[in-house]
Write a protein that binds this ligand. Structure first.
Ligand code: ADP
Ligand code: MG
Ligand code: ZN
Length: 647
């Protein structure tokens, strides 16, 4: 990694800049100069001001909202004013590398201290830190209370401890890190208490309370923003040939970087192998691979050498790659927390991105088996284990309903996390599908009749096959062909029967057991349909326009950076490709991931403005002075060369 080298190169420039400064800068100037942005986003300014007032501060904002700036900018200002240093605690080496790489690219002096450094590098970095060369230092939590580090910290002025991914302190979350509990011990040993700030994207109340308690925050400013990610399109597809659907998707998104999540290692292997055979450039990641291969594959993906990653949920924590344009789920994850976290890795740069879940009925069974054989729960006592399993089953059910619902998908997710918005987002597969209200009472009656008369002993497929009148060995062996409801729905396609069954489950007219057999049972409400003459009306997609085709243009770059905005012309598209190629070239030279040179958003903005001069280039979002000095001319020349042939 050449961050160290890059740090040295940047050093001279930074020192020069410091000397030239006559008056202190403010937060707006820093935002523009180093990060190249004109305005703060909603919550950023409040959080920054709170920190600058010396208050402990908690920022809970979704992925991609821009949490890093909330502590980086105050860190720079505090350093400017008092020479104090900000320590940023981060759970993963890859995250630290990424952030330090970004800061150095922006011309800000920062370093990380973690186990990826050799002993010699570590001492050298500490030495530089002692000399006050770094306003911002990223530290692994387990380093904090080591002797060498304490020796440095006790003899330096620590202005702030910023805890990134602060949910790692909580046992409630999925990413609990015991070493995070050392943070308070460390803070308490410092001669003066620094400002403590904490940031996470995890929204639940338990986690938030844990952060405040366990980090011993003192009357903190707590700001929670909405969890909506407007630039993400959400879709659910139930298709026979999932592989085919995924392959088609890649075919129409050739240039884009994306992740395909699979439920099992076996699926990862299969999907990856088939895609390679079909000529796609993809790589893979799961816990069964060697450390070496995982690292290599991850780097290939991050550095855009391979655009598509096929992975299990083991992949992703610590991936800050901002230009992930799609996250496909080849199979339904175990709960919405996981889904939203994984899907949320798309579109961190705020540009349109797509999250599509390819659902199949067997996913429920696979997840049930996971829940029943969860190794993490081995040490729990039987009662607690049963409770945890019950909770997991309940979460799985909510996840399954996400795949069934005909209502707005975004709204479904946000409600799950306790946020209530309108039931129409216009950017999910349900909002974009034309539905009609259909009376499905007859289908409901047949299903309930069939379940009742076969004494609630069978799973969904047997029931559906029976009412549809399938002539299979299984149906005969259960003697379901003698059931009074056999073939009463022979004219209704099975997918429709399944939709109605799902709907009845959603509305609690039916109940499917959450063990691995998934038996359909009646509920107290069932008789409302059979006896009370209750009509069942549900939204069904109009046959003509299932939202498959138009999905292909949705993630196209648009001039507003949100889907639905005016799409790029072919010419803009081709300029974008030129700029992207230049970015890749520079990234190779600098040995950093391309998105750290400039984000997709910045390139998009360049295509729209087509700057001809330094001043114009500096207007592009994401082009700060420092980056302009380094790369601005090359991008200007690239744009000029592109424009020339026409003029
Ligand atoms: P988070 O940690 O909240 O997931 P990051 O701090 O990684 O998000 O920021 C996500 C992206 O948003 C980065 O590319 C960052 O440069 C960009 N960003 C942050 N603040 C702003 C802003 N005020 N204007 C434009 N882009 C911003
Ligand atoms: Mg972050
Ligand atoms: Zn919607």
């Amino acid at each position: 990694m050449d961050i160290q080298q890059c740090q040295r190169e940047n050093e001279n420039t930074i020192i020069k800049q410091k000397r030239n400064k006559t008056q202190t800068v403010n937060k707006y100037e820093i935002l523009k100069k180093y990060f190249g942005y004109d305005t703060f986003r909603d919550a950023q300014e409040t959080l920054i001001d709170s920190i600058l007032e010396g208050k402990d501060t908690v920022g809970i904002m979704p992925t991609g909202a821009g949490k890093s700036l909330c502590y980086q900018i105050p860190a720079l200002l505090m350093n400017e004013n008092t020479g104090g240093i900000t320590l940023v605690i981060s759970p993963l080496i890859s995250l630290m590398k990424d952030q330090v790489g970004s800061l150095n690219q922006a011309g800000i002096h920062a370093a990380f201290l973690n186990s990826s450094l050799t002993a010699a590098q570590y001492y050298k970095a500490l030495e530089f830190a002692r000399q006050g060369r770094y306003p911002i230092i990223y530290v692994a939590p387990e380093r904090l209370v080591t002797e060498e580090f304490l020796d440095f910290a006790l003899h330096s002025r620590i202005a702030m401890v910023a805890v990134d991914e602060a949910h790692c302190v909580s046992q409630w979350g999925q990413d609990f890190r015991p070493s995070y509990l050392k943070i308070t011990e460390f803070i308490n040993r410092l001669p003066g208490r620094p400002v403590v700030s904490a940031f996470t994207a995890t929204a639940t109340k338990e986690v938030r309370d844990d952060i405040i308690d366990l980090l011993e925050l003192q009357m903190p400013t707590v700001l929670t923003t909405g969890f909506d990610r407007g630039n993400l399109y959400f879709g659910v597809m139930t298709v026979k040939d999932r592989y085919g659907a995924v392959r088609n998707y890649l075919e129409t998104h050739k240039e884009d970087s994306g992740i395909i999540y699979c439920l099992t290692r076996k699926h990862v292997e299969e999907v990856c192998e088939r895609l390679i055979k079909d000529g796609f450039s993809v790589t893979r990641y799961h816990a069964g691979l060697s450390d070496g291969e995982r690292k290599k594959n991850q780097d290939d993906f991050i550095y855009d050498r391979v655009p598509v990653m096929v992975a299990t949920s083991a992949f992703g924590m610590g991936i800050d790659k901002s230009n992930v344009r799609f996250v496909l789920h080849f199979g339904m994850p175990k709960n919405l927390e996981s889904y939203y976290q994984e899907a949320g890795r798309a579109g961190r740069d705020g540009e349109p991105a797509e999250c599509i879940l390819y659902y199949a009925g067997q996913d429920v069974i696979t997840n049930q088996v996971f829940i029943d054989h969860n190794q993490d729960n081995q040490e729990l006592d039987p009662v607690t284990r049963a409770m945890v399993q019950e909770r997991d089953r309940e979460r799985l059910k909510k996840m399954t309903f996400y795949c069934f619902t005909n209502e707005c998908l975004r709204d479904y997710i946000l409600r799950y996390f306790g946020e209530y918005k309108s039931n129409y987002c216009g950017n999910c597969s349900n909002c974009l599908t034309q539905f009609e209200q259909a009376d499905v009472t007859e289908i409901a009656k047949a299903l309930i009749g069939c379940i009742g008369s076969s004494r609630q002993r069978y799973g969904t497929t047997v029931i559906i096959d029976t009412v549809h009148g399938a002539n299979t060995a299984k149906i005969k062996s259960y003697r379901m062909n003698e059931n009074p409801c056999y073939a009463v729905l022979s004219k209704v396609p099975t997918y429709r029967i399944r939709q109605v069954l799902n709907h009845l489950q959603l509305e609690e007219y039916l109940f499917v057991t959450t063990d691995e057999y998934a038996i359909v049972k009646l509920t107290p409400k069932s008789k409302e349909i059979m006896e009370d003459g209750r009509q069942i009306v549900m939204k069904l997609a109009k046959e003509a326009d299932r939202p498959v085709k138009e999905a292909q243009s949705r993630s196209k770059k648009t001039k507003t950076g949100i889907s639905g905005g005016e799409p790029f012309t072919e010419r803009e598209e081709s300029l974008f490709e030129k700029l992207r190629a230049l970015r890749t070239e520079i990234a190779r030279e600098e040995k950093v991931p391309p998105y750290i040179v400039f984000s997709d958003k910045t390139l998009t903005h360049m295509c729209m403005i087509r700057p001809e001069t330094r001043e114009e280039m500096l207007k592009v979002s994401g082009v700060g002075e420092f980056k302009f000095e380094k790369y601005g001319e090359r991008f200007l020349r690239c744009i000029e060369a592109f424009e020339k042939p026409l003029s």
